[in-house]
Write a protein that binds this ligand. Structure first.
Ligand code: ZN
Length: 199
């Protein structure tokens, strides 16, 4: 997972050399032997904002990309994993905290803008603390701390993370715990793991 992808030369299904064919208005990699069409690749990341007394949780990235940078916790979603399970898992792995999701706070879209980069979608949840003590894993993150927006200015912080913490503080300041898109119950949908988030 991650931002990067490689250009397929051979069919991932039958190993035949891929050609090109115009399909739905675009020249796409195509396998003349088994009809495989390479539609492209997407990666989905999740981030989580958790607040404590007007401060947002930040972690310092221990590895590249972005080594040394402070961001909200998060990571990539597995193919068979719900986005909310992914953010709860990442929080626990990176910070030791057990959390639950409140709602979807923001979505950042990054279509492919360079060859070899996947279309990357980043979904940010507002989280609620359940249990556990703050303990950075020291593998993915080197430090973890709750910071007020004014304290964040002195850190090497991702502007997006700072924006999201400010938004979360703004949204919850009037005592309203629910914010953004909320997971809906009892909606029948195709797919055993499907979830619907709506206003
Ligand atoms: Zn093939």
């Amino acid at each position: 997972m991650g931002y990067n992808c490689v250009e397929f030369k051979y069919c991932p299904g039958c190993s035949f050399e891929l050609g090109y064919k115009e399909i739905e208005g675009k020249l796409r990699k195509y396998c003349p032997q088994c009809d495989y069409i390479h539609w492209g690749e997407c990666s989905i990341g999740v981030g989580g904002v958790i607040l404590k007394e007007g401060r947002g949780l930040l972690v310092q990235r221990a590895n590249n990309p972005g080594k040394g940078r402070w961001t909200i916790p998060g990571g990539y979603v597995e193919q068979d994993e719900k986005i909310e399970d992914a953010i709860v898992r990442e929080l626990k792995e990176e910070t030791g905290l057990i959390t639950e999701t409140v709602g979807v706070l923001a979505v950042r879209d990054r279509p492919q803008d360079l060859p070899g980069v996947k279309h990357d979608i980043y979904i940010v949840f507002l989280l609620r603390y359940v249990s556990g003590e703050l303990k950075p894993d020291l593998t993915e993150v080197s430090q973890a701390a709750f910071c007020a927006p004014e304290e964040c200015q002195n850190l090497n912080i991702a502007p997006l993370s700072l924006h999201l913490i400010k938004k979360a503080i703004e949204q919850t300041s009037n005592g309203n715990p629910a914010s953004g898109l909320i997971r809906q119950e009892d909606i029948q949908m195709v797919g055993a793991l499907s979830e619907l988030y709506s206003i």
